[in-house]
Design a protein around this ligand. Structure first.
Ligand code: IMP
Length: 191
């Protein structure tokens, strides 16, 4: 059986496909869905649902979609669903991190969490898988690996940032890694 993973990121698709044997995963490109899917919800859950529902309704196919955000407690959960465009349009990671560091200058509460939500539409039913990684926002950028807010996020129980971890290390404890593990274990239980 085929399932669409609502992403254009070939690496994400390959990573998940390598762990799922009973389904063939298709990218948005594979189904010729070339338009930008609207992500207009004000929550991470909402946007993952919007993306999965868009594909299932328009293409009549099983589909899962992910959405991720960084939630900072002292900023009442911001940037959250707006993580990609926190400092303005264009998904500029440097500007986004600078904005966060400036906003936390005066505060001692630097606790935060990354949250990934995956929504799966399969056989007329909807399933939701969540992965959370708790940690703190560092005072300055540290490390070279990863993307987004990785250089300023230190996961709980570690003394280095996500940016100082390799992909395997990060994947084992990350929000996305945990949500994907739940999805895969669900899919692998189906005959
Ligand atoms: P997306 O939903 O996976 O596209 O993530 C939205 C935004 O959250 C990205 O553009 C990044 O700014 C941020 N983000 C998501 N996942 C991570 C991560 O693992 N590390 C750092 N930043 C992330």
């Amino acid at each position: 059986m085929k399932i669409v993973f609502a992403t254009n990121n070939k690496n994400k698709l390959k990573e998940v496909q390598a762990l799922v044997s009973n389904f063939e995963l298709l990218s948005l490109q594979d189904i010729q869905c070339l338009e930008d899917i609207p992500e207009t919800s004000d929550s991470i859950e909402g946007n993952s649902k919007l993306k999965a529902d868009y594909v299932t309704k328009k293409y009549d196919m099983a589909c899962f979609a992910d959405d991720t955000g960084l939630e900072i407690n002292a900023l009442n959960g911001a940037p959250g669903v707006y993580s990609a465009r926190y400092a303005g349009p264009g998904n500029d990671a440097e500007k986004n991190m600078q904005k966060v560091l400036n906003e936390l200058k005066e505060t001692s509460n630097r606790t935060a969490q990354f949250k990934t939500v995956i929504t799966l539409n399969l056989n007329g039913q909807q399933h939701v898988f969540e992965g959370i990684c708790k940690g703190t926002i560092l005072k300055e950028k540290t490390g070279q690996e990863g993307f987004g807010y990785d250089p300023i996020f230190q996961p709980e129980g570690f003394s280095k940032s996500f940016s100082e971890m390799n992909m395997e290390e990060k994947g084992a404890i990350s929000h996305r890694g945990l949500a994907v593990k739940k999805l895969i274990s669900f899919l692998n239980k189906l005959a």
